[in-house]
Design a protein around this ligand. Structure first.
Ligand SMILES: [Zn+2]
Length: 579
């Protein structure tokens, strides 16, 4: 007890010394409740901030008496929480996507065409063929054949008819498949009559063309037998989609910049103060740093580098990168594709495509080679693993390569289907599951059709994973899902979707408690970014990233959670959004 008193009096002394220096830059934020999300989940009503740092969290009386000259900002009946962290998203892709045709929520192929025509009309200046832009592409994203009456993949016929002269490339909602037209094929001189590792061109009859890679297989497409009687549909999955996407000219910064601003504002309006960019390029790092230094990107970013030659040589040259606003110390790998496009690597056959087990996007020896390299560089390894077989590979290799007692914090992104036996593999080397609760509730409608029995396969078992890992990081994977942190909280705790399409909770026994969900969006997400000493909770000495909500989401009726409004968002103590 003596020690505790000493500690408290030391804290107060240091506060008073700051207090004596200057109070003009000091604010006291008051609210009905301040959820600190610290390890004890303590609550308070006053928080003192100076120059972007939290000086004190506690009672109004103490705050007022310690800082009598500080400016008081009273949020009345509203509630303060730590700024939300999206533990897995694609912010740059999202903002670029805002300049593309939005196909989210389309209910048929015809509706896709209708939206595209409207989009081209609205942006007609961009689709004029000029010397500097000889082949303007129509790029769109967000279609999902699972939402259509005809749930089979579409074909290129309708696209060819509507857009005979412009190349079209439309990404599926999960980003793991694209739908292209004949002009796109001609423009990039694509030959779909090839087999390739970890990818597939879809022909009009399902073909078992996918080969599981082995150590000796190369990543470049290899010539293969012709699909004599079959017609290429224009659907390209995983690495086949990458071949197409890599050849589409990038959106010019002048076109993209206003959308970047809009995207940032959208994120602030959801209370987001920190994002995990799940796979970017070296060139993005310079751009992010430049925008952050000009205060045009007021967002804390934890960037995972995508696995590529350029990025690996950046790691070898530069090691880790840290600024106040950007951390680069991790690399992201893909072991498989997505469940919606049947690219997730399963142990057994897909229930709705017998003989097909999904796609393995990287060989085990290659993946292990990267793990050992990055371990020696002190880098965190993050791997996309959705299917149960991909998760087995991720967990077994991580357990093999992380030395005992080492604070690696390697992450499995999605950890969507993990068998009961494999779930236990999270604990030994403290592997972090990084999951997206809105994926669970979006997939709920059709997961059983792919997996036969999602529960038995260990699907979306967040509570089980948490009981092993002790920490779970929550994100959205936006733009695959929406950007709303409140929807993440709702899906995680209620296992119901915000759109109200589910009739009952999806595997409700795996719901997280509200406390767990809030930690997953704050303190645990910060921990997964090695940032828990600076962010993730509202504590003395930490950075003042916080959000003001009009609802107490820790106690509100479930239906009221969805009606929550963000009143204000603060980053480094600066107001970046007010409603
Ligand atoms: Zn992702």
């Amino acid at each position: 007890m003596k020690q505790l008193i000493l500690l408290i009096s030391c804290n107060i002394l240091s506060i008073v010394s700051v207090n004596a220096q200057n109070q003009a830059d000091t604010q006291i934020y008051k609210a009905q409740i301040i959820y600190t999300a610290d390890t004890g989940f303590s609550v308070s009503t006053s928080m003192v901030v100076s120059n972007g740092v939290i000086l004190y969290v506690g009672t109004d009386k103490t705050a007022d008496s310690l800082f009598p000259k500080a400016q008081s900002i009273n949020y009345g009946n509203n509630i303060i929480y730590p700024g939300f962290i999206d533990a897995h998203c694609h912010f740059l892709a999202y903002t670029k996507g805002l300049s593309q045709a939005d196909l989210v929520g389309t209910k048929s192929e015809q509706e896709v065409i209708k939206r595209l025509k409207k989009y081209v009309k609205k942006n007609k200046a961009r689709f004029r063929t000029i010397e500097s832009n000889p082949t303007p592409w129509i790029v769109g994203r967000g279609w999902d054949q699972n939402d259509w009456e005809n749930k089979a993949f579409p074909t290129m016929d309708a696209l060819n008819k509507a857009f005979p002269n412009l190349p079209v490339c439309l990404s599926r909602i999960d980003g793991h498949a694209v739908w292209i037209n004949q002009t796109a094929i001609n423009t990039i001189q694509l030959n779909p009559d090839t087999l390739l590792e970890g990818g597939e061109f879809i022909f009009n009859q399902p073909t078992a063309t996918t080969q599981l890679p082995n150590q000796s297989s190369k990543e470049k497409p290899q010539p293969a037998e012709k699909h004599s009687s079959e017609v290429f549909t224009g659907i390209c999955i995983d690495n086949a989609a990458e071949i197409v996407k890599n050849q589409i000219p990038d959106v010019p910064f002048s076109v993209w910049k206003p959308y970047l601003k809009t995207g940032l504002k959208n994120c602030h309006s959801q209370g987001l103060t920190q994002l995990v960019e799940a796979g970017i390029q070296v060139s993005d790092i310079d751009m992010i740093q430049d925008l952050q230094s000009k205060k045009e990107l007021t967002m804390r970013i934890y960037a995972m580098l995508a696995c590529s030659e350029d990025n690996l040589s950046y790691v070898s040259r530069n090691g880790m990168t840290f600024t106040d606003m950007l951390t680069v110390r991790s690399m992201k790998f893909y072991l498989d594709g997505a469940l919606g496009s049947r690219g997730a690597l399963l142990k057994g056959d897909y229930c709705d495509q017998l003989g097909h087990k999904g796609l393995q996007l990287m060989t085990i020896p290659k993946f292990e080679m990267y793990q050992v390299y990055l371990l020696n560089k002190g880098f965190q390894v993050c791997v996309h693993a959705i299917g149960d077989s991909a998760n087995t590979i991720a967990l077994k290799t991580f357990n093999k390569n992380i030395p005992g007692g080492y604070d690696a914090r390697w992450r499995i992104e999605h950890a969507q289907i993990v068998s009961g036996k494999d779930q236990k593999l999270f604990s030994k080397r403290s592997i972090i599951p990084s999951v997206q609760p809105t994926h669970a509730t979006s997939d709920a409608a059709w997961a059983d059709s792919r997996l036969c029995n999602t529960i038995n396969k260990g699907g979306y078992a967040y509570q089980n994973l948490l009981s092993q890992s002790k920490v779970i990081a929550l994100g959205t994977d936006f733009p695959v899902e929406g950007i709303s942190a409140i929807h993440t909280f709702y899906s995680a705790t209620q296992r119901m979707d915000a759109e109200g399409e589910l009739e009952k909770p999806f595997i409700g026994e795996q719901a997280l408690s509200r406390k767990q969900a809030l930690w997953g969006m704050t303190l645990w997400a910060a921990y997964a970014n090695f940032d828990e000493t600076r962010t993730g909770s509202l504590e003395t000495g930490k950075l003042a990233d916080f959000v003001v909500l009009n609802t107490d989401i820790m106690t509100a009726e479930p239906s009221k959670i969805l009606k929550t409004k963000v009143k204000a968002t603060y980053l480094n103590g600066e107001n970046v959004y007010t409603r």
